[in-house]
Design a protein around this ligand. Structure first.
Ligand code: SAJ
Length: 440
């Protein structure tokens, strides 16, 4: 029976390598769609948790804990640390981490290990699909050679290869997986067709066919697009400060013009995707040096330092210095209403302020150990610095804030407080993107 027919009949055994937030959600969804799924994960404690029917992901993931409980009790999903458990899989998804190092170069060790281990055990005719975000050219340069060497078979003969980049965000894993469109990049047309048939069992979004390299380009380009657009907003914000106008007002008026979508200038760009994927996109390009993408990364990474300079400027206005002061950072997550701190701009500004001799107090309603009552946590600080636009910081009681601070200094990196309100409350105020008005 052809693979597509066996997929329709749920007569296909599926393996998933890597049971992090991407792997566990797709493994559970496929198991929930009636497939027999084996997950392979190096962390024994995570394997044990899943086989006990427990969700291994921190944070709130609507629907996922219930789905994991259901598919593990029905044995549609079994987790293991042993690659041998993939020997009879007809399809194997690879969902391992693909980070970039401090030198911005991709680290594909986990991907290489997965390919070598899988190649040793995978059966004749298996379809391997890489879901991890990878640099353009990685399928051709790394995945295919490693799978061919370890298995002794040739791609599109003894096995086929696909790349279907994941598009899920923590906090809405199952929703994204179900609703967002996907690119099914295949090593040949027949493979792309089989990928569409497989993903159609769990994805309601559009499924587009392409080759592997196009699929690699799409995911890294879509996140680079966002990073470059945020960098433009940040650069515009700095210009607005220098010129003496309000970035938010300028942005809103520019966006009145058709086809404009200026993003938000802010205290920095964090997370596990946006700071990483531009480097994957530009990695390994021969022949020319992309300038705009690297410059955008540098601009975004410079924003926490700019915030520290705004704090310095505000303290100077009241005769104080960062050295020896106590400063309160409001928000430690990389994104509003999230507990995720990966690559958080707040980590960067805390380092800058501490390097300059300040004692830093941190509050974040979502991130332990910084939760709890805001006022008591920042009591006595010489300045308050808003780094994240958590809902909990909207409509801040400025009179209360002023009463708990040792000096009335407020620096806003996410346009949470209006300049006029800060002035009316008696604050020395600096807002990212908000220049000193010249009223001309
Ligand atoms: N940020 C700004 N200004 C903006 C937008 C974001 O400074 O105008 C900052 C945020 O504060 C955060 C960082 O950038 O620190 C990233 O924010 P994000 O909204 O892009 O959130 P992410 O990192 O979770 O991005 C993910 C990506 N999705 C996937 O990789 C599957 C991205 O492609 C999506 O566009 C984004 O979610 C989304 O908005 O859904």
């Amino acid at each position: 029976m052809h693979l597509i027919e066996r997929i329709a009949a749920r007569k296909v055994k599926i393996g998933v390598i890597g049971l992090g937030y991407v792997g566990i959600s797709v493994a559970s969804a496929l198991a929930g769609a009636g497939f027999e799924v084996t997950g392979v994960e190096i962390k024994q404690e995570r394997v044990a948790k899943i086989n006990a029917g427990k969700c291994p992901i921190d944070g709130i993931e609507p629907g996922l804990p219930e789905l994991i409980a259901k598919v593990t009790s029905s044995k549609n999903l079994v987790a293991s640390t042993d690659y041998a458990s993939l020997a009879d899989a007809d399809v194997v998804l690879i969902d391992v981490e693909t980070p970039v190092a401090t030198d911005s170069r991709p680290r594909f060790e986990a991907l290489r290990a997965a390919c070598r281990e899988l190649g040793r055990v995978m059966k004749e005719g298996v379809l391997v699909i890489v879901e991890s975000t990878i640099a353009p050219g990685t399928c051709a340069r790394i995945v295919v050679p490693l799978l061919e060497k370890a298995s002794g078979r040739k791609v599109n003969e003894g096995f086929s290869l696909g790349h279907c980049p994941e598009r899920v965000m923590p906090g809405k894993l199952l929703k994204n997986l179900k609703e967002l469109s996907r690119v099914c990049g295949g090593s040949n047309a027949e493979t792309s067709d089989a990928m569409v048939a497989l993903y159609r069992t769990i994805v309601e979004g559009k499924l587009d066919k392409a080759d592997c390299t196009t699929a690699e380009m799409v995911k890294t380009a879509e996140n680079t697009y966002r990073d470059v657009n945020i960098a433009f907003a940040n650069e515009l914000g700095l210009i607005c400060e220098a010129v003496g106008v309000d970035f938010r007002r300028v942005r809103d008026l520019v966006n009145e013009s058709p086809g404009r979508d200026v993003h938000f200038a802010g205290a920095g760009v964090g997370g596990h995707c946006i700071p990483k994927d531009p480097w994957l996109l530009v990695h390994g390009i021969e022949g020319f040096e992309p300038k705009l993408i690297a410059a955008a990364r540098a601009r975004n990474d410079s924003m926490p330092l700019h915030m520290a300079r705004l704090v310095e400027s505000a303290l100077e206005e009241i005769g104080k210095r960062i050295y020896g002061s106590t400063l309160a950072v409001l928000g430690y997550a990389y994104l509003e209403n999230s507990d995720d701190t990966r690559n958080s701009p707040s980590e960067a500004i805390v380092e800058h302020l501490q390097d300059w001799g300040a004692k830093v107090l941190i509050h974040d309603p979502w991130v332990e150990p910084y939760t709890g009552d805001l006022w008591s946590r920042i009591q006595g600080a010489d300045a308050a610095i808003i780094m994240v636009k958590h809902d909990g910081y909207q409509n801040l009681d400025l009179a209360k804030l002023k009463s708990v601070l040792a000096s009335p200094v407020l620096v806003d990196g996410r346009h949470v407080v209006e300049s006029a309100d800060a002035a009316a409350a008696g604050f020395v105020f600096r807002g990212l993107g908000r220049g000193r008005p010249r009223y001309l």
